[in-house]
Every structure is written in C-alpha cells, then in structure tokens.
Design a protein around this ligand. Structure first.
Ligand code: ATP
Length: 347
C-alpha cells in the first residue's frame, strides 16, 4: 500500500531540493502517494490564503508532511508559515540531529549531537505590539505545560536511544521568571531519569563552549529562539546548512523539513544542496517504518560523498542539485545489485 504524504515544496530553493528528494525517495521502490500543495506567498497569489485549508485537511488525513523551506518576510508582511504549521498541529518537539556525514572535511570530525527545540512558544508566539510610538513589546511565553512536555520528550528519547547526557540551555540569570520556569520543569523531569546526566548551561556560554569543544555535549534541550540560533551554529560543525535535517513531532502528526531557510540568494540556479531535506526524509522514512529504504539511501549518500565527484557548490563541488540526485540514485541502483551488510540506520 502506498504511503500518503503531504508534500509542501515551498519556495526559494524549496522546489529544487524537494524535487531531488522525491526522486530519490521514489527510487527506493517504496510507494508514495503525494498530496502536493503551495503555501505562503505562492498560495496567497493563487488562492488568497497563505495556508489553504486543503493543506490543513491533507495533513489531518495523512498525519505526515515533507516540507521544503518557505520564505518568511523580514520586518513586516505575513507571519511565518513554518511557525503557523507547527502551532496548528502542536508539533511541539523539533528534533535536530547534528551528525557528520563521513568524507566531508570539517573542523570537528564525528560530531554526534542532538538538539531538541521547543517548537510552539517563547518569542515565536507572535505576540508583538506597539506600546506607544517608538516603543514595541514582544512577549516571550513560557508555560509549565510546554516546558515539561519538551523536557520529557528529550529524556524519553535519551532513555530509548542510549544517550547519556542532557543539558538544558537557558538565560535564567536575566529572564528569571520565564527561563527560570523552563529550568524548573527540566529539573523536575530529570529526576525521573537518574541514569541520564543532567546539566544546565547559559546560552551565550553554550555558544562559546560549542565552538571550543562540541564533544562535551550529547543532547541539548531549549526553548524556541535559542534552538533556532544554536541549530545554525551547530550546522557549521557538519558542513553547513545544506546538511542538517529536522523533524517536527507532535502527538498526532509529524512534518519533516530541513533546518535551512529558502536561501533566495541561490534559488532557481540548480546549485542548492538537497542533503538536508534528504536527511529529513530519512527521518520520515523511519517514522513510517521504512527502515530498509532509509538505509539504502543513507548508504548511497555516503558513497556519493566518498567519491567526491558529484558534490554541490557549498561543499566545494560543481554538480547541480539534480546531478547530485542522479548520483545518489545511481549509487542506489549499484547497491541493489550488490547488497551491503546492514549498518546502523542513523540520519
Ligand atoms: P531562515 O531564517 O529563513 O531559516 P536561514 O537563516 O536559515 O533562513 P537560509 O535561507 O537557509 O538562511 O540561508 C543562509 C545561507 O546558507 C545562504 O547563504 C544560503 O545560500 C545558504 N544555504 C542555505 N541552505 C542551503 C542549501 N541547501 N544548499 C546550499 N546553501 C544553502
């Protein structure tokens, strides 16, 4: 039976990386039934809505989405579609594994770090207003419910996946009430998981500690904005934004998307690296139980990086997005003739 998946190609480099990813997914032989939709400015132009109701209905039906980046206007215009979808479906956990692919030269080899970002509140609540001309206020919302829920997600993941250590990242020395509440919730949950070492670091210090020695961390849990910033910093450990996948997870639905944005500077040029969305699709394949297909793609991806002939521009190559996808598919075809022994199936 085909897997029904809601597909949101997005804009900017979104359609290019989505096309490449879908071609690779289909080359596994797994059957998909894509329900494809535009959102954001493109949807508004065609249908007069930024998130057409068909998209919402589709995700409610399929429970799984694969999404390219969608541009959020800076300093005005409509609110973030990415944030709206996360809030609408209560995709409260943003799971971002930061792992090197082999054969990519980076400052730190073998980084294996997991960022768990609270996805529904903090300064992303979108509550901003002008108090008087020249003075604006943005409300940072932190609740006991959401903080406890994200802490529990992180500790459960650690317990079930043999992770050893979790650091809660905060700025509770300044935001004593909001980040203070977040920390209290993490501490309470941590007590239920005595086998996992629990620590707390202030967010600015964390940035420095990460750059000095990323190996000191295992898993990081934090509120929304810190998660956004720390994720981009950590992307640099594994080759840049073209490499980091993410899963937005809720009780009923999940949407898989790259950490990067729509990269308007390189859109439409067939130069974007589709690896981040492809790795997000690997998380999706495991979520829907297609472990063999995920392994098949991961092995092929590693071979493409090992051979170094068809790499995209961000990593020093000259291949276009579509040639990179061709190379992954060729490796998958070669593999299906000689099946390699099963390896671990991490993204
Ligand atoms: P947002 O705030 O919307 O998430 P961002 O800060 O993550 O966006 P991007 O739009 O992702 O910013 O782009 C940041 C830089 O990284 C740009 O120079 C862009 O070209 C580069 N970049 C992002 N994604 C890719 C990719 N898949 N392949 C190659 N370069 C990329």
């Amino acid at each position: 039976m085909a897997h029904k998946i809601t597909l949101i190609p997005g804009d900017g480099i979104g359609p290019e990386v989505t096309r490449a990813t879908v071609r690779i997914l289909e080359a596994t032989g797994v059957k998909f039934e894509w329900e494809s939709f535009a959102v954001g400015a493109d949807a508004y132009e065609k249908f007069g809505e930024y998130i057409p109701k068909e998209v919402i209905e589709s995700i409610e039906r399929t429970h799984v989405g694969l999404k390219g980046p969608v541009t959020t206007p800076v300093g005005g215009g409509f609110s973030s579609i990415n944030v709206a979808l996360r809030q609408k479906f209560e995709l409260y956990a943003n799971f971002r594994p930061i792992r090197n692919l082999p054969h990519i030269p980076t400052r730190y080899p073998d980084v294996d770090l997991i960022i768990v970002r609270e996805n529904t509140e903090s300064l992303y609540s979108g509550l901003e207003h002008e108090v008087v001309p020249g003075v604006v206020e943005s409300l940072k919302i932190i609740t006991e419910k959401a903080s406890t829920r994200i802490a529990r997600f992180a500790f459960e993941y650690a317990r079930n996946n043999q992770r050893k250590k979790i650091h809660a990242i905060h700025k509770a020395n300044i935001m004593k009430l909001s980040d203070g509440l977040f920390l209290r919730c993490c501490r309470t949950v941590a007590k239920e998981y005595p086998e996992i070492v629990y620590g707390e670091h202030i967010v600015d210090n964390t940035c420095m500690q990460l750059v000095m020695n990323p190996y000191q961390y295992d898993m990081l849990v934090m509120e929304n904005l810190y998660g956004d910033i720390i994720s981009d910093l950590c992307a640099a450990f594994v080759g840049g934004l073209g490499f980091v996948p993410s899963a937005n997870l809720g009780e009923k639905c999940a949407i898989f998307e790259a950490v990067h944005g729509s990269a308007p500077d390189i859109a439409g040029k067939n130069v974007a690296n589709p690896t981040a969305l492809l790795r997000s699709a690997l998380l999706m394949l495991r979520h829907i139980g297609e472990f063999d297909a995920a392994l098949q793609i991961r092995n092929a991806l590693e071979k493409v990086y090992r051979h170094r002939e068809k790499l995209t521009r961000d990593i020093g190559g000259q291949a276009g997005t579509s040639q990179f996808a061709d190379a992954v598919i060729e490796e998958m075809e070669a593999q299906s003739e000689v099946r390699p022994p099963a390896q671990s199936s991490r993204a």
